[in-house]
Write a protein that binds this ligand. Sequence first.
Ligand SMILES: NC(=O)CCC(=O)C(=O)O
Length: 263
Amino acid sequence: MKLKIAIAQIDIALGDPKHNQKTVAYYAEKAAEVNADVLVYPEMWNTGYALTELTNLADTNGQDSQLLLSKLAKKYHLNIVGGSVATQQNHKFYNTMFVFDASGQKVSEYNKLHLFGLMNEEKYVSAGSMINTFDLAGIKSAAAICYDIRFPEWLRTMMSVGPQEILYVAAEWPIQRIEQWQIMLQARAIENQTFVVAANRVGRDKNNVFGGRSLIIDPLGRVIQQAGDTQETLLISTIDTDDEKMVRGQIPVFDDRRPELYY
Ligand SMILES: NC(=O)CCC(=O)C(=O)O
């Protein structure tokens, strides 16, 4: 099955959800203009890592973000992997991904599982504990948020329920570790024999310069398309999920696993 994927590699204004909502809407329109099937956004696009201001800024139950993403999905008939946003749920803060199908229906909600100490995330944000798998555009999919990609066992857990055919990733990944970003994503693609579609942001905040290089990787780990490290862009590529069936047919990794021996 052929699928046109678009990644919105955007800059994020720190602590300015209204401004960032406009950016998100602008890129949905651009993705619709090229008839994309799926659009992916980066991590924490409503606030950036404005962690000390979450009391004022976090989106209560993700209402504003969900309303916007659902409206955009329906208006442009786009499946949207909504990156993530800072949310407040039951007096706690979370880094939350919402996924909407092209009719505007929510198909998944996921709170980031692994919080990133180097950016003080765990001091302000609570960790999720749920899996993030869903059907989108007729494809079995999973999605992770940024630091989650350093935990191959977690991604394998999600990818082997199925197994899933696409792994989506939303990130705010700093430039100084951008080589690790790419190498780990290629490894995740190879070991899970899956397409990886990964959206990173560009720009800077008070503490970090973010490295872009959003990318789409095939199930053999080859980079199909990659953005640069400084510019906002809409990265577009058409993938064919039949390629994955071919790879899985040749080396049946999922059938050959010995989970009874893993811990
Ligand atoms: N926002 C994040 O989770 C950043 C993860 C990161 O930079 C890493 O090196 O891991």
